[in-house]
Ligand binder design. Structure first.
Ligand SMILES: Cc1cc2nc3c(=O)[nH]c(=O)nc-3n(C[C@H](O)[C@H](O)[C@H](O)COP(=O)(O)OP(=O)(O)OC[C@H]3O[C@@H](n4cnc5c(N)ncnc54)[C@H](O)[C@@H]3O)c2cc1C
Ligand code: SF4
Length: 318
């Protein structure tokens, strides 16, 4: 790993990291990234694997494939929302290649951006790459490209932290602080930095959870709306709960106030509906993706309600 970090520092700004390559390679073909060097992490074995930590949590190497996560009985027993979310990413072939680190670092997406060079040139480019206007919010100066990874909302619900390494050393940050909320500079990662590991705390292991996802083709597509819900019970009531959403904003988000709304209550349809309203309120889908923004926002409401009911059932709350 030291060698990889060294090479990254040496060529910072001119190099792109390749993990599974399932997003990077198509993006390079479309000339969205044109690095001089590609740093293939494939042989950095220390960044692969699922290990329990001395404090009872778990450490997942950034190069661990989504398929390995989906198939891990250890993770399924303790962090089922993550295994469920991982199992919905793309297709089996892509999950065999795609990694958790790549899923966290995934570039934001937009119908005006994920196109060939010729296509983008024909439209006069846009703020995210090579241009200075936004086709989605004309007149604005902000890029609204949407974060479309499936595992980050689950990881946010589990209070995940990530380890970031560079020549200057190692730092550990809450995943919740990693995303900027901007469509173009969407993550807080310097060009000489590498995400090396994901940590899940022991305290998140007694939550039960589910992930619900909207996509056009169930066999392969990116999410157009995604909801993760985790819940912990005590004496037939919700002791704590969290809701994470994806694919409707430039960053995956935790729904603020969800825990306070659900804690101490028995789950019923009315409570689940109120949680759905809360999640829909912070969803700001635009015309960056297939399906209308109105429909995607409505599906966040519906999926949140269903996911809260399902999580309550798994946690034996209703
Ligand atoms: C047809 C198709 C369908 C897809 N559907 C979905 C879907 O449903 N849900 C979904 O979430 N994703 C989807 N994807 C995207 C992708 O397959 C996954 O997000 C996958 O997890 C990306 O991981 P990777 O290892 O292949 O990343 P890569 O392609 O190798 O990298 C992705 C980005 O992250 C950076 N990166 C990777 N690892 C690190 C690291 N350790 N440190 C710093 N930067 C890093 C790369 O430089 C690059 O910018 C789809 C892709 C395709 C082609
Ligand atoms: S939201 Fe606007 S600036 Fe961002 S990628 Fe789409 S068209 Fe470009």
């Amino acid at each position: 790993m030291e060698e990889a970090v060294g090479l990254l520092g040496q060529h910072a700004g001119n190099v792109r990291v390749l993990a599974g390559g399932t997003d990077l390679i198509p993006s390079m073909r479309q000339k969205l990234f044109e690095p001089e060097y590609v740093l293939d992490l494939g042989r950095v074995s220390t960044m692969r694997g699922i290990r329990s930590t001395p404090d009872g949590g778990v450490e997942i190497g950034a190069l661990t494939t989504l398929r390995a996560i989906e198939r891990s009985e250890f993770l399924r027993q303790r962090y089922s929302v993550l295994t469920e979310a991982a199992a919905t990413v793309a297709s089996l072939v892509l999950r065999n290649m795609g990694t958790i680190g790549g899923n966290i670092c995934l570039d934001t997406r937009c119908l005006w951006y994920n196109q060939s060079l010729t296509w983008r040139k024909g439209c006069g480019f846009c703020i995210k790459k090579d241009g200075d206007l936004c086709h989605v919010a004309p007149g604005g100066t902000k890029c609204w490209a949407v974060f479309s990874g499936d595992t980050p909302p689950a990881l946010l619900c589990l209070d995940a932290e990530i380890e970031i390494a560079s020549g200057a050393g190692v730092r550990r940050v809450l995943l919740n602080d990693f995303y900027t909320g901007l469509g173009d500079n969407y993550r807080r990662l310097q060009p000489n930095e590498l995400v090396t590991c994901v940590f899940l705390p022991a305290s998140a292991a007694d939550y039960r959870g589910v992930y619900r996802k909207l996509r056009v083709r169930g066999s392969i597509d990116y999410p157009l709306a995604g909801v993760a819900v985790v819940m912990k019970r005590s004496n037939g009531h919700v002791a704590d709960a969290r809701i994470g959403i994806t694919a409707v904003n430039p960053a995956p988000l935790l729904v603020k106030g969800a825990s306070e709304m659900l804690a101490g209550k028995a789950v019923d349809q009315a409570l689940a509906e109120a949680a759905g309203d809360m999640a829909a309120k912070i969803s700001k889908p635009l015309t960056t993706s297939a399906l209308t923004p109105e429909y995607r926002r409505e599906m966040i409401r519906v999926f949140t309600k269903r996911a809260v009911m399902a999580a309550a059932q798994i946690a034996n709350l209703n």
